[in-house]
Design a protein around this ligand. Structure first.
Ligand SMILES: [Zn+2]
Length: 335
């Protein structure tokens, strides 16, 4: 290449080789100034572009960093919340498991009670065995844990607890259904037993247990001849309270020279009781009375030699020995 000076233009010659044609082209002389200027402008434009891109890149980076930080914080919060929820669920599960254990223990107590009720409703049974055999020993402890090392809960531990709690609850439901059946049956028996107890004259009619004359043949204190004494003479002070020995209905209230002031109470099922020689009567004929209710006061009216209560028990209209019936005191019966 070759420059030719001295003219208003520049001639460029390119000589590729000895046997090849020379290439020649011309440029105005002013291009010597224009080309560098253009180059400088291009370079400045390039630098400005890089600068602008750099600023934009920084802004993008900052913005992305902020977004990332926000998301990271949000995720951390979510993980923390879920961890709290999981821990709460585990606490709830443990509480549920403990409740199931406590419930099971209560159920065992109910089973025992059921067994006792069954025995109570079958007083004739003497071998003491239950025909259903539902009672089992109490085995579950409901006491609170008091110490031990602290270990993190593993997922398999939680699964095992869930499984055991579920099995325990299923077993409880089965037991409850069986118990409900037994209890319904026992309840009916107990109601019947309780009713029979209420209408059976098992009380002593006065506080005194002193028997001055028993049931059977004796020498009559007036005629001094052997006679049948159809009840018990209980030694009591004048005015001592007289209590009806079972629930029932007062069917006779009256006075005659032999029985004095007397009361007959019908207890149903063929049982009646009679109270004689009373000083005072505190019930009326036709009145319903509860077991142990005050019905009169000890006296010596009628054919009597002193203050006492003549007490009789009738079964199907026939006087029977009251002795087997005199079981409890009124104060013990009523607690
Ligand atoms: Zn008598």
């Amino acid at each position: 290449m070759k420059f030719i000076w001295g003219k208003k233009e520049l001639t460029f010659m390119i000589i590729p080789g000895a046997n090849r044609r020379t290439v020649r082209f011309k440029l105005p002389h002013s291009s010597l100034y224009i080309v560098p200027s253009v180059l400088v402008l291009v370079l400045m434009g390039f630098l400005v572009t890089i600068y602008v891109m750099n600023i934009h890149s920084e802004q993008t980076k900052t913005s992305m960093q902020q977004a990332f930080d926000g998301q990271e914080q949000q995720l951390t919060q979510q993980i923390s919340n879920q961890s709290d929820e999981l821990e709460q669920l585990q606490i709830d599960l443990i509480a549920l498991s403990q409740q199931a254990d406590e419930f099971k223990a209560k159920l065992e107590e109910i089973k025992k009670l059921d067994h006792v009720l069954e025995l109570m409703s079958q007083p004739e049974t003497t071998n003491g065995t239950s025909k259903k055999g539902t009672s089992t020993p109490l085995s579950t402890s409901t006491k609170r844990d008091i110490g031990g090392s602290e270990q993190p809960v593993k997922p398999e531990d939680v699964s095992a607890l869930v499984s055991s709690t579920k099995n325990g609850l299923n077993s409880l439901v089965t037991d409850i259904n069986v118990l409900l059946g037994n209890l319904t049956e026992s309840e009916a028996k107990i109601k019947e037993t309780e009713y029979v107890r209420t209408i059976t004259p098992t009380l002593w009619p006065i506080a005194s247990h002193s028997i001055t004359s028993g049931f059977g043949i004796r020498i009559d204190p007036f005629s001094l001849k052997p006679t049948m004494h159809t009840g018990y003479d209980l030694d009591g002070e004048l005015g001592d309270p007289v209590y009806v020995t079972a629930a029932g209905k007062v069917i006779t209230v009256g006075y005659d020279e032999e029985h004095g002031n007397h009361i007959i109470v019908d207890h149903s099922r063929g049982i009646e009781t009679e109270y004689m020689h009373l000083n005072k009567i505190t019930v009326k004929r036709g009145e319903s009375v509860t077991k142990g209710q005050l019905i009169g006061l000890v006296g010596s009216t009628g054919r009597s030699t002193g203050s006492h209560l003549h007490y009789e028990v009738h079964k199907s209209g026939i006087p029977i020995d009251p002795k087997p019936y005199l079981i409890t005191d009124r104060k013990d019966e009523r607690k």
